[in-house]
Design a protein around this ligand. Structure first.
Ligand SMILES: *[C@@H]1O[C@H](CO)[C@@H](O)[C@H](O)[C@H]1NC(C)=O
Ligand SMILES: *[C@@H]1O[C@H](CO)[C@@H](O)[C@H](O)[C@H]1NC(C)=O
Length: 492
């Protein structure tokens, strides 16, 4: 039938299009991982819509300051702010004037005044600053969610003793929740860093080709106040409090360094946290979530690899590396402007935000499903605690009338025997049994259990968790309450 034929043709075309896609490199940041929200915010569509909004802001402000622009022209521009003909745009080269023409094409009345007095950086740079600000807002909501989940985790396990490490060798005890607070502390600093980076952003505003505002001074026939007012009005319409008072053709690329450096430090925090999780997974004390149908290894069906934490680490290294780009770009800028910045910025700015976005989605998924194995943790403590308790045992003997030096020597000998059992025979730590068998320790046998209670080895860890969460973590999350329940979709 005719319908069948149409369907066949359609399927054929779709297959061709699909195959065509396969012939081209696609960034996995977008094709596999990034959230819709972040991809949209760095998309071509959002960029073009923002450009049109900026032209509308400019026309409105110019009108308000007395230039001959009509309400009808502005209304016309507003009615076409979002109807972008992508076919048309695709045919054009990627320059601003071409886009002015397509906008003018659908706004014949407003055509003569679109982009009046401006140059390409008016839309280019200002749009970048809006994307950076919006990008930070998206990241902050996501980071707040990760912190919230991790804070709940820290609270739940505030009292659970666990073996602490130095040199990744068993040291003293801490608690599972206290360790999570060390992770939280870095993320809390990252929230402050990202907020600061966002709030430090100013608008480029209305500055003209070399940043002197000459074209606008001409438009307003030498009226400096009006030129200043124009800059302020457009800045406010775009939702910024302040414009940079001086710019070259572009805003200073030191700004990009600040933004990407803060994201790079977020990358470092996440890398540290996920490395801890991977090390703990090796000990089988803590695991990232693992779905029933998930396959750990194609060859070893029993394996449960910490692949989400590994992904976070891999992407975090990319995020850390990206700050190298604006550092170099800023340092090689020539007077007022050169165009060797744009190709680099077009990659490094969006990639940093997309990468951070993916890392935070993944970390949210991890922190919502962290699995703790208290029995394994307890076994590791049992294995090491007798060594750690020796100081307490010596003090108990002294209290019971014994001699410190003598006791120290006894314990040293028994400890070495026990260590030999562990290391040379692969056996369990039997120090406790040796102490119990030795009549020298008879006076304190009744106290041994109490002396070896893990709860007495965790110092103020639970109290620290409580104070830290109440004073530093929870208040920080207040502004982000509205988006707290959002779920993430993770591509495994
Ligand atoms: C980012 O894009 C989404 C659409 O995907 C939009 O709803 C949201 O408002 C944007 N976020 C910001 C902060 O602009
Ligand atoms: C984590 O992501 C996996 C894969 O998308 C999903 O099955 C699981 O439900 C997620 N976990 C949480 C707690 O959202």
């Amino acid at each position: 039938s005719e319908f069948k034929q149409i369907l066949t043709v359609f399927t054929f075309l779709a297959t061709m299009a699909g195959a065509e896609e396969m012939n081209r490199y696609r960034s996995p940041l977008v094709s596999r991982y990034a959230s819709k929200e972040m991809s949209y915010n760095f998309s071509e569509k959002k960029k073009l819509i923002t450009w049109r909004k900026l032209w509308i802001f400019l026309a409105k402000a110019e009108k308000a300051l007395g230039l001959p622009i009509t309400d009808a022209q502005i209304a016309e521009m507003e009615s076409h702010a979002e109807d972008i003909d992508f076919e048309e745009e695709r045919k054009l080269r990627h320059d601003v004037m071409a886009h002015v023409h397509t906008f003018a094409h659908c706004c014949p009345t407003a055509a003569p005044i679109i982009h009046l007095g401006a140059m390409s950086c008016y839309v280019g740079d200002n749009t970048d600053l809006i994307a950076l600000r919006d990008g930070f807002n998206i990241l902050l909501s996501k980071l707040a969610r990760v912190i919230d989940r991790l804070a709940n985790f820290a609270e739940e396990y505030a009292d659970l003793p666990t073996l602490g490490f130095t040199h990744f060798q068993p040291a003293q005890l801490t608690t599972v929740g206290k360790r999570a607070c060390l992770w939280l502390q870095e993320l809390v600093m990252d929230v402050r860093n990202l907020e600061r980076a966002r709030d430090d952003l100013c608008f480029r505003g209305v500055k003209g080709t070399t940043g002197t505002q000459a074209s606008f001074l001409q438009l307003f026939q030498g009226d400096h106040d009006k030129v200043e007012e124009l800059d302020k009005m457009v800045t406010e319409m775009a939702g910024f409090k302040k414009a940079y008072l001086v710019t070259g053709q572009t805003y200073s690329h030191e700004v990009d360094i600040h933004c990407l450096a803060r994201l790079a430090s977020l990358g470092a925090s996440v890398h540290k946290i996920c490395t801890d999780i991977r090390l703990l997974a090796n000990l089988k004390e803590i695991e990232e979530p693992f779905e029933k149908e998930q396959i750990g290894s194609s060859a070893m069906p029993y394996k449960r690899n910490p692949m989400r934490a590994e992904r976070c680490c891999g992407l975090a290294r990319h995020l850390i590396a990206l700050v190298g780009d604006p550092l170099q770009t800023d340092s090689v800028q020539w007077p007022e402007s050169t165009l060797d910045d744009s190709a680099n910025r077009r990659i490094s700015l969006p990639e940093s935000f997309l990468t951070a976005d993916i890392i935070l989605s993944t970390l949210q998924n991890i922190t919502e499903g962290l699995v703790v194995y208290p029995k394994v943790i307890e076994r590791h403590i049992r294995h090491e605690l007798p060594f750690m308790a020796t100081e307490n045992i010596i003090m108990a003997i002294v209290k019971a009338g014994g001699n410190r030096q003598e006791c120290h020597e006894k314990i040293r000998v028994l400890s070495q025997e026990a260590a030999a059992v562990v290391k040379q025979e692969g056996g369990d730590n039997d120090l406790l049994a040796r102490i119990q068998r030795d009549p020298y320790f008879a006076p304190i046998l009744g106290q041994l259990d109490a002396l070896l209670d893990p709860k007495t080895f965790i110092g103020r860890a639970p109290q620290q968790v409580k104070t830290f969460l109440a004073e530093e973590v929870r208040p920080l999350l207040e502004p982000y309450k509205a988006n707290m329940d959002v779920k993430v979709e993770l591509v495994l």
